[in-house]
Design a protein. Structure first.
Ligand code: FES
Length: 109
């Protein structure tokens, strides 16, 4: 089981439990976090962009090149940015994930 802590745009925290093998994008969406995940994991949209807590970043396997390329296009990306659709929560006890402030802009109007 993984304890995932989401840090919202307003700084509030929401803690949820994820099962082994769960994908971070699904966990976030089930928790009501505003991640669109428009391309459903095809690494073609970056609307699932999240920022992993600096202290937790090394717990994750490194991003593949396609993911890095998408992150280059994500609004507000940092060196701790990842695509939530590419993260499977296997063997991770706890993970803290920041919801990037800019991701709302991707929805357009
Ligand atoms: Fe589109 Fe992750 S859901 S890149």
């Amino acid at each position: 089981m993984t304890r995932v802590t989401f840090i919202e745009r307003d700084g509030s925290r929401r803690e949820v439990e994820a099962q082994p093998g769960d994908r971070l994008l699904d966990v976030a969406q089930n928790a009501g976090e505003p991640l669109e995940g428009t391309c459903e994991g095809q690494m073609a949209c970056s609307t699932c962009h999240v920022i992993i807590d600096a202290g937790d970043f090394a717990k994750l396997p490194p991003a593949v090149e396609e993911e890095e390329d998408m992150l280059d296009l994500a609004a507000g990306a940092t060196r701790y940015s990842r695509l939530a659709c590419q993260i499977w929560l296997d063997g991770i006890e706890a993970l803290t994930v920041h919801i990037p402030p800019e991701s709302k802009n991707m929805q357009g109007r």
